[in-house]
Design a protein around this ligand. Structure first.
Ligand code: SF4
Length: 488
């Protein structure tokens, strides 16, 4: 029966008859719009380039999911967009490029340089409604990080190189390690130097994998980790031959190189009967939990243990009892690869809350809203000034709190964060080192040129904002550095 309005005419109230696509009773002109079974019909423009065609076929659905939404919520959380306000560097553009390539309007040469502008932090994926809404039902996730990795791989495969990436990966291939120290030689003869005097065997069921930045530059981090493990009576060994995990090469698109490194490390683990890998660096953790299973499938049957989670568990079980007070006011920097990409943010806070003397001012920003350091995804290789700007922004957020210290759980983030910390008079410390201090361990090793410069400053009196306002020694206003405070 047709509803009538007050005048007796047929009702036109849309609420009475809301339009539902696909209803048989829909007027034909509306049915017309929903007739096709395909939401996005396959474009019939033939792509001559086989590699581009395969790339487009793999990523077109993810691309159209974004392209047809057009809301660009991801811009609010993308560290590169926040900093540059450049639409070409946005996750939306990364997806739109795929659509352009499918239609034959763009080639990888046209867009390869844009894909440099991504730290692969994963914030966009968490912010994206395509993940939030449909993810609940279909476990669908807008895979922007993977699209960026695939686009960079397509570029390399097509002979389109970014000069920084190209030379960085060529030098890494030469040395089998990331050339984190510029021209300083790195290799198998020096990769275990960080462990000098700690009496750790090589090989065994459980292996501590120490990433390149930590093994060669910030050696105080692995030394602290090893000594905490020893204090807890946890048995472990060192890698027989350790090459780079291959994660950075994979992130920059040098996939064959990444896979060769992975195969070498797998062979080393097999040779030493390893069943478990302990990892202190979030970048290694991503490589071992996401890249390696893709390379080796079911053959990758090793357990991957993140050290900061292991330490949280040991504190819970009473195997570790931090009892030396550490007099600092801190906030915590969530490494993107732990927090945004793996959902690990509770355990580091558990570790920090167990350390006596710490005043913990959390930023109350986790998941997609937490701040990026700008150090990941190879951004610092091609655009160091952008990494520095993102780090500076992150430190300015810390500076708004009453803290004197930013604690990170990622060795890679600590160099740019520490440099940015100079401007706001905030030290950047590593969570593993801080825990070692509170366990009475004097770890030794180096924090690298950058870290040691900050660490040598006097830290006394009121924390953070109050000290900065008072202009006390150790502030960023040109005051003199003091002696090391022995805090780690
Ligand atoms: S939030 Fe997701 S769908 Fe929306 S523009 Fe960003 S990547 Fe695309």
């Amino acid at each position: 029966m047709t509803d009538l309005d007050r005048d007796g005419a047929p009702s036109t109230d849309p609420l009475r008859e809301p339009f539902t696509p696909g209803m048989r009773s829909n007027p034909p002109e509306l049915t017309e719009l929903t007739r096709s079974d395909e939401i996005v019909p396959q474009v019939l423009i033939p792509l001559e380039d086989v590699k581009t065609r395969e790339f487009v076929q793999e990523w077109r659905n993810a691309a159209y999911n974004c392209y047809s939404s057009g809301h660009k919520f991801c811009r609010e959380v993308c560290p590169v967009v926040i900093e540059t306000r450049n639409e070409s560097y946005s996750p939306t553009a990364f997806h739109a490029n795929v659509v352009g390539m499918e239609r034959g309007e763009l080639t990888v040469e046209d867009v390869a340089a844009d894909y440099v502008n991504c730290t692969q932090c994963g914030a966009c994926e968490l912010r994206c409604p395509n993940t939030l809404f449909t993810g609940d039902f279909y476990r669908f996730r807008t895979r922007t990080v993977d699209v960026v990795k695939a686009a960079r791989a397509l570029a390399v495969d097509s002979g389109v190189h970014q000069e920084g990436y190209r030379s960085w990966n060529a030098r890494t291939a030469e040395r089998s390690h990331e050339p984190v120290l510029g021209e300083t030689p790195v290799g198998q003869d020096t990769v275990r130097d960080w462990a000098d005097g700690l009496d750790i065997p090589i090989g065994g069921e459980t292996i501590l994998f120490v990433d390149c930045e930590a093994a060669f530059y910030r050696t105080s981090v692995p030394r602290a980790v090893a000594q905490v493990l020893q204090k807890a009576g946890y048995e472990f060994g060192l890698m027989g031959e350790q090459w780079c995990c291959g994660g950075p090469a994979a992130e920059m698109g040098y996939v064959d190189q990444a896979r060769a490194f992975a195969e070498h490390n797998m062979a080393s683990w097999r040779a030493t009967g390893t069943k478990r890998i302990l990892v202190l660096d979030p970048h290694d953790y991503i490589a071992f939990t996401e890249d390696y299973p893709k390379y080796f499938g079911a053959d990758f049957d090793l357990e991957v243990v993140l050290i900061v989670e292991l330490f949280a568990e040991m504190i819970r079980d009473g195997r570790l009892v931090p009892d030396v007070p550490v007099d600092r006011a801190i906030t915590y920097h969530d490494p993107c690869r732990l927090n945004k990409r793996k959902g690990i943010w509770k355990e580091p806070r558990e570790v920090l809350r167990a350390i006596p003397g710490l005043r913990f001012e959390d930023v109350d920003r986790v998941t997609q809203w937490s701040y990026c350091s700008g150090a990941g995804g190879g951004l610092a290789v091609e655009k160091p000034e952008l990494t520095a700007a993102i780090s500076a922004r992150r430190l300015s957020h810390a500076g708004a709190l009453d803290v004197d210290t930013l604690v990170s759980a990622c060795p890679w983030s600590e160099r740019p964060l520490t440099e940015a910390g100079d401007d706001v008079d905030i030290d950047v410390l590593d969570i593993h080192e801080l825990l070692a201090t509170s366990l009475g361990i004097d770890g030794g090793g180096s924090r690298g040129e950058t870290g040691d410069r900050r660490f040598a400053q006097v830290r006394s009196g009121p924390p953070g904002r109050a000290r900065r306002a008072s202009g006390e020694p150790g502030t960023a206003d040109g005051s003199e550095p003091g002696t090391a405070d022995g805090d780690g």
